[in-house]
Write a protein of this length. Structure first.
Length: 426
């Protein structure tokens, strides 16, 4: 652990640059980097990393390179401009342990703009919070990683281990951005992902499966509705059946050592519904895009089989679907759950730095969403920690990140880097 004088200098350096950090964060949040539109965010990241003298690797992701790797999820949209950006710091002399600092720059859609109090991509600061889509999840964390490194330099220090700052895409839909860094060959002794974890270490997290129900009916005039088959009504029948599967899986969750204390950890979400053409025509088609969670240790392929069986069983009991069963399409995430184990060394460092900044013990959480940490921990044995600021309304309206906790999380990250990688006088 760095001595208390060094620790204080690092924390002061974060505080001294915090206004600049917020200005950069605002600029980053202002870019509407929804899926497929992350390019300008990656340009900005490459610029920030280049300005600081890091070695920048900026490449186009080829799905063919990834599709057979564990954890890959199918890509359905235009992927021709998908990129990953990594900035690497190499020490002159290696003494400490190497580190990956990773953030995702993709954000989920903002939803109807009239439901936001201020425009989602015009971030503002008010009463100690920054508002904007991605302000919490997780652009403030990614920029925080860069400023944590800046603080070390400002404190007259340089790390004594290799560090990769990785800006990835697709975290919100498949995780193939993180996967691409591993395929490219990036490895380290630890990975740190500053997601807005509310000041807790993520001990365990769910996996996620995305699928689409494609129901196809027979169009008819509504005056003869009996002669048609209403695809929207049939989709409701399938949604209800899947709610039954959700309850069954939640009953199973009581056997999980971390999730047994979480109320309803498995959430099934019909997230998008599209169907029909005309109010007076019986809809001939309905597509429902769904998300469901699974727990650590559950096999993705087994869970896919259960989903398919649930839909098939419900269809057999339905007058129309029995003869015309829906298709189930795997439409994104096919992700394992992940429990953080074997990470005692970096955890101990985080615990120490946490108590230096926040005072007290580092709290832990079982998280009912997922982060990219799984790729590192599950498939490459790289201990991967997720820790960050307090944020609210992620994926909702008026998303915001708390600035006091963002400063503290940045200081924690800076001290973590100093302790894990080691530092020497610049
Ligand atoms: Zn996130």
């Amino acid at each position: 652990m760095v001595d208390s004088d060094t620790s204080r200098r690092i924390c002061d350096a974060v505080a001294a640059r915090f206004d600049e950090q917020l200005a950069t964060t605002k600029e980053f949040v202002a870019i509407p980097s929804t899926r497929g539109a992350e390019g300008p965010c990656q340009d900005m990241m490459a610029d920030l990393l280049n300005q600081r003298g890091y070695e920048v690797d900026d490449w186009k992701i080829e799905v063919d390179d990834l599709k057979d790797l564990p954890g890959f999820g199918p890509i359905e949209h235009d992927f021709s401009r998908a990129r990953t950006v990594v900035g690497t710091y190499r020490p002159e002399r290696t003494a400490g342990k190497s580190l990956i600092l990773q953030g995702h720059c993709d954000v989920v859609p903002a939803g109807p703009l009239d439901m936001w109090e201020t425009p989602p991509f015009q971030p503002i600061i008010k009463d100690g919070w920054m508002y904007g889509r991605g302000a919490g999840d997780m652009k403030s964390g990614t920029i925080g990683a860069i400023y944590a490194l800046d603080a070390l330099r400002a404190a007259g220090l340089k790390p004594t281990a290799r560090i990769h700052v990785q800006s990835v895409i697709e975290e919100e839909s498949t995780g193939v951005g993180a996967l691409s860094t591993l395929q490219r060959g990036y490895r380290a002794d630890c990975c740190f992902i500053p997601e807005p974890t509310q000041g807790q270490l993520i001990r365990s997290q769910v996996g996620v499966i995305w699928f689409r129900l494609k129901v196809r009916g027979r169009p008819a005039h509504v005056a003869q509705a009996g002669s048609g088959s209403n695809a929207i009504k049939a989709a409701y029948h399938l949604i209800q059946a899947l709610e039954g599967l959700e309850e069954e899986w939640n009953r199973r969750a009581v056997n999980d050592r971390h999730f047994k204390s979480v109320v309803h950890p498995i959430n099934f979400n019909p997230g998008i519904i599209k169907g029909g053409e005309w109010a007076s025509s019986v809809p001939a088609w309905c597509d429902v895009d769904c998300r469901i969670a699974i727990l650590p240790g559950w096999k993705v392929s087994d869970c896919q089989a259960e989903i398919a069986a649930c839909v098939a069983e419900a269809s057999r009991k339905h007058s129309f679907l029995a003869a015309s069963p829906p298709e189930v399409v795997w439409s994104g995430f096919l992700s394992d759950g992940f429990e953080l184990t074997g990470a005692e060394e970096p955890e101990a460092v985080l615990r120490q730095t946490y108590s230096a900044i926040y005072g007290g013990e580092l709290p832990e959480a079982a998280f009912t969403g997922l982060t990219d940490t799984r790729f590192y921990g599950l498939n490459h044995g790289i201990p991967s920690l997720s820790f960050g600021a307090v944020a609210e309304q992620m994926h909702g309206f008026n998303e915001r990140v708390n600035l006091d906790t963002l400063r503290k999380a940045t200081q924690t990250m800076a001290l973590f880097i100093a302790d894990w990688c080691g530092v020497e006088k610049a």
